[in-house]
Write a protein that binds this ligand. Sequence first.
Ligand SMILES: Nc1nc2c(ncn2[C@@H]2O[C@H](COP(=O)(O)OP(=O)(O)OP(=O)(O)O)[C@@H](O)[C@H]2O)c(=O)[nH]1
Ligand SMILES: [Mg+2]
Length: 278
Amino acid sequence: MNLNRLTHAGNQCENCPAHNIPNLKKLGINMDKVDQVIALAGNPNTGKSTVFNNLTGLKQHTGNWPGKTVTRAEGTFEYNTKRFKIVDLPGTYSLLSTSTDEEIARDFILFGQPDVTVIVADSTRLERNLNLTLQVLEITDRAILCLNLMDEAARHRISIDTKQLSKELGIPVIEAEARQKKGMNELLQSIDEIISGRYKCKPFRMNKLSPQIEHSLKQLEVLIKKEFPNMPNSRWVALRLLEGDQKIIDSIRSGEIGLIHSYNQNDLSNNIYEKNTV
Ligand SMILES: Nc1nc2c(ncn2[C@@H]2O[C@H](COP(=O)(O)OP(=O)(O)OP(=O)(O)O)[C@@H](O)[C@H]2O)c(=O)[nH]1
Ligand SMILES: [Mg+2]
């Protein structure tokens, strides 16, 4: 094996533009004075932690099997002089899922009030990944779809019309190969455009509900807001109540849902980050 050549290739790679994103400072776990919060959501094994590591310089656990990230981890970076907290979440297929890992992701997406939610999707399994994407678009006005693993998609001869997808979803769609650090600059630019208001998302929403259901939802929402005034996404909670979601019913009865909201508003201690790394 020619080690010289390998080392040289490594150095070349370190110098290539993908490794040196302009205007990005990776700040690790320094949580001082954060301006904006970004959530990394997505199905399991789509490259969320790889994106997180690229932007923060941290070493969140990655590997080629689903379910590696089991709790939420936080890191920071600075881009164009703004400071961002970015939250790496466990993978989830749906906001209605009930496994512990998936609940952690769901709770942050719903109640953590991220300024922008980046949905990291596996480009080779776009259809399956769009399920969560559409659910996230129901509850937020500011989201980005990061089509990751584009190298794998190309290998499988899958091509995606990202412009059309972006038009139909009403949000930016960014092509990425996070393991090769490709697309990170475009992702950051897109986050910046949304935060500054230069890009206005018009998220695709499912068909309208019937007037009767809308009426019941409104009534329930008023009651929920009375009990939990600061809780975001009361409409989503009201919908779950109408559907008879027992866990949500129980957490409303016990008041726990209010605690979930405040837990998700707080910074995590470094301990939690440590537990989730190798
Ligand atoms: N080929 C290819 N592999 C990638 C890319 N991005 C990430 N990976 C690999 O995909 C695997 C999963 O990446 P992770 O970052 O751990 O994925 P995750 O979404 O955090 O996974 P969970 O935490 O289990 O949900 C790892 O082996 C990464 O090296 C990419 O763009 N192309
Ligand atoms: Mg992960």
